[in-house]
Design a protein. Structure first.
Length: 541
């Protein structure tokens, strides 16, 4: 099954389904499959009976704007908000190591910054290796089951870090955290795709990463307070930090186990009946299912508890049309990740106190939230992905150039401000994640491609963990010059992605436009081209 070229109410072909604009009530009704005006009979896109929401599919079903708005407000409160809370738990447990380093964590464990680099590298390698296996397990068990298991597992490791005494334990816990946290982001993106269209997913993912940044702010306040507890007991501040934050995130994971439903038509009951009689009426379920499938019929390819065969996994890996995006995934966050990992250590080296170091991390996170939302909403409004996404790298090019040219004698406040602007630069990740999901063209490919894209990002972060070296401290001139090179490379990669997908769509359009209506219908009934290789599929860009 492939994504059809969108039809208007008269059956005329429209641009591909990257539909950012709101549709009126009339446009929500598909043309009748028996209508002479219908170029593509919707029978070709009828969900299989094995799809868990097949009983809610109705190609002639209509609804009003007011019904949709009310439903999606509730959907965001029940699904999107809780996904953001779970993502915040991930952020809290993966980033509190930065807060710990502001409290003599390295000194207490008799480690150097080189040991810290190695520990972070171990974490990201483990995270990377877990991405694809985690997605495959999630697809088999169901995201609603696997996500809570992951959360409780990594939370247990987090609170166990309270008893660290040396570098060996530090390396071991970094590896375990990476293994349990790896795949969580891709698992959650797959889960959200059951509820939202491609365009809607971009905005939800922007709020997803707002939750990450908000958690960073909350984490800074928590750390500033928890690290002071060392003055009242024999424990160090970082021991309190790991223990309390680990317990907090474990409780969130345990609640998720009872709370998350498998999908929009499976919300009733739950363990101990926590979800009651269900979140939505039959009419509301039909709105969710029909809106999602009309945007992308391939989302009904598989049951949400159906695993992938070896052949399906191989086909997903072998999808060359997604390779350009994996390159973007590798490059885009490397410069920001490098600066962020060393921000606490840099501020300490500039003479800031532990309390100041944690408080001074808040402004860049607030800026990050504003730029993140602005970029995502701009992308939706102008219906442009890669060119809007490249704005962040353009800003970074200017900022890193300034960073390598200012004299070492520049005041510590000016250096803090410049580093904060770098870390708060416009963030294209929500746009790119929704793009890789939309361009996958099938559930099997989406399951693997989301994990591979995130794995590429983790590979970039592994490189980022080793760009700043002790001999280059405290200003890291050589490392920052290398980061300028990566920023330029990412700009080129994003522009290439834009050109590549425009070219691929034109290739398909030439062949598709040359076919008669009968030939198109025959092709859809008999074509062996799968997913995004089908002639009626159009890549978003």
């Amino acid at each position: 099954m492939s994504v059809p070229i969108a039809l208007d109410t008269k059956g005329h072909t429209q641009p591909p389904p990257d539909t950012f604009e709101e549709k009126d009530d009339e446009e929500k009704a598909l043309p009748s499959p028996t209508s002479k005006a219908s170029i593509l009979p919707w029978a070709h896109y009828t969900p299989p009976s094995t799809y868990e929401s097949a009983h809610r599919w109705d190609p002639e079903f209509t609804w009003t704007d007011d019904e949709e708005r009310k439903l999606y407000r509730r959907l965001d409160l029940r699904v999107t908000l809780f996904a953001c809370i779970c993502f915040g738990a991930l952020c809290l447990d993966r980033s509190n190591i930065g807060n710990a380093t502001s409290d003599n964590f390295l000194k207490d464990l008799h480690m150097t910054t080189a040991d810290y680099n190695l520990g972070q590298t171990i974490f990201y390698i483990s995270f990377l290796l877990a991405e694809i296996p985690s997605q495959l397990v999630s697809k088999k068990l169901g995201s609603d089951v696997w996500i809570p298991i992951q959360m409780m597992a990594w939370s247990a490791v987090t609170l166990g870090q309270r008893w660290l005494v040396g570098r060996s334990g530090f390396f071991a816990t970094r590896a375990l955290l990476g293994l349990f946290e790896g795949g969580f982001i891709a698992d959650t993106v797959l889960y959200l795709s059951y509820y939202f269209t491609a365009a809607e997913l971009t905005i939800r993912l922007s709020w997803f990463y707002v939750a990450l940044t908000t958690t960073g702010i909350v984490g800074s306040f928590l750390a500033a307070g928890l690290l002071q507890l060392c003055h009242h007991t024999s424990w160090t501040g970082w021991q309190f930090l790991f223990l309390i934050e680990g317990i907090l995130t474990f409780l969130i994971g345990a609640f998720a186990f009872f709370y998350l439903p498998p999908g929009p038509t499976q919300t009733a009951g739950g363990f101990l009946g926590v979800r009651g009689n269900g979140w939505f009426t039959e009419h509301e379920e039909k709105i969710i299912v029909n809106k999602v499938l009309r945007d992308d019929p391939t989302k009904s390819d598989m049951h949400n508890r159906e695993g992938l065969s070896l052949l399906q996994i191989w086909r997903a890996f072998a999808d060359w049309d997604l390779l350009p995006m994996y390159l973007v995934g590798f490059l885009f966050n490397m410069p920001i990740a490098t600066v962020t990992q060393y921000f606490s250590l840099t501020l300490k080296s500039l003479g800031y106190t532990t309390f100041q170091t944690n408080m001074l991390q808040i402004p860049y996170q607030v800026l990050h939230i504003a730029n993140n939302l602005t970029l995502s909403y701009t992308s939706r409004r102008v219906r442009e992905r890669f060119l809007i996404g490249s704005i962040g790298s353009t800003c970074l090019l200017v900022l890193f150039t300034a960073l390598v040219t200012i004299p070492d004698s520049t005041s510590k406040w000016a250096k803090w401000a410049l580093l904060s602007l770098i870390m708060g630069a416009p963030f294209c990740h929500p746009i790119m994640v929704s793009t890789i999901s939309a361009n996958s063209g099938s559930v099997r490919t989406r399951t693997v491609s989301s994990a591979v894209y995130n794995a590429a990002g983790q590979l970039g972060t592994i490189v980022a963990s080793n760009i700043y070296q002790p001999h280059d401290a405290p200003f890291y001139h050589r490392g920052n010059r290398a980061l300028i090179g990566f920023v330029v490379a990412n700009l080129i990669a994003m522009w290439f992605c834009k050109a590549y997908y425009v070219w691929r769509n034109r290739q398909k359009e030439r062949t598709w436009d040359a076919m008669s209506d009968e030939e198109r219908e025959r092709y859809l009934a008999n074509a062996k081209d799968l997913g995004n290789k089908s002639l009626d599929f159009r890549f978003v860009h």
